[in-house]
Design a protein around this ligand. Structure first.
Ligand code: 3PG
Length: 208
């Protein structure tokens, strides 16, 4: 099994995290891991994204990767920060080649047959289907999986606790990604509501 597949099979849901304050990083990781979600995608959309990856990696059991990686330079910075996998919203040949050369497990975003074929040209077999709901949802992924049997997917984008089971019931889907596990409401009191995050993570981890 390729390393990216092992990561995708670790838990049914990969939380997509936007960490605005570095102090939030460790409590959020601890709360998610306590609920059974060990694979954490930290997006590089905030200034403390890389620092958050390095901090969250110290949490026992956490497998921390970088998301929203869009070019080779970001990929190299994310790997230097200790990212254990890389997720991108789309796939360019430059980024794909850089990921393969670095050897880091890589999950590039695809939404069309052309995207998938570009990935297959690079030898890739594991993809993020993104943005999943607005790219046609599960019927679109089922249609794409016809000509491209054997590929494995992590649909992300618009997926929630209620809809995740339908996606996960489709064989090529090894896990789904989503941002519903952690939100602004969890910081409203000025401190992280770890119990609420852990409860959501537990529900997500229990999806068969
Ligand atoms: C991502 O970057 O993967 C998406 O922003 C996650 O999509 P969601 O917020 O709809 O879960």
């Amino acid at each position: 099994m390729k390393p990216i597949e092992t990561i995708m099979r670790t838990a049914p849901v990969i939380p997509v995290l936007v960490i605005e304050e570095i102090d939030h990083a460790v409590p959020i990781a601890e709360a998610l891991v306590a609920g059974g979600l060990r694979v954490l995608e930290v997006t590089l959309r905030t200034t403390c994204g890389l620092e958050a990856i390095a901090a969250m990696k110290q949490v026992d059991g956490a497998i921390v990767g970088a998301g929203t990686v869009t070019n080779p330079e970001q990929l190299h910075r994310a790997v230097e920060a200790g990212s254990e996998f890389i997720v991108s919203p789309g796939l360019t040949t430059d980024l794909g080649q850089a990921a393969i050369q670095s050897g880091v497990p890589f999950l590039p975003g695809v939404a069309t047959a052309g995207d998938i074929m570009r990935g297959m040209d690079l030898g890739l077999e594991h993809f993020k289907f993104f943005p999943a709901e607005t790219s046609g949802g599960l019927p679109a992924l089922k249609a794409l999986s016809g000509p491209f049997g054997g590929l494995k997917f992590c649909p992300t984008g618009g997926i929630r606790q209620e809809t995740a089971p339908d996606w996960l019931a489709f064989d090529p889907v090894l896990c789904v990604g989503g941002s519903w596990l952690v939100g602004q409401k969890d910081f409203a009191s000025g401190k992280i509501d770890g119990e609420a995050i852990t409860a959501r993570a537990r529900d997500a981890a229990a999806i068969a």
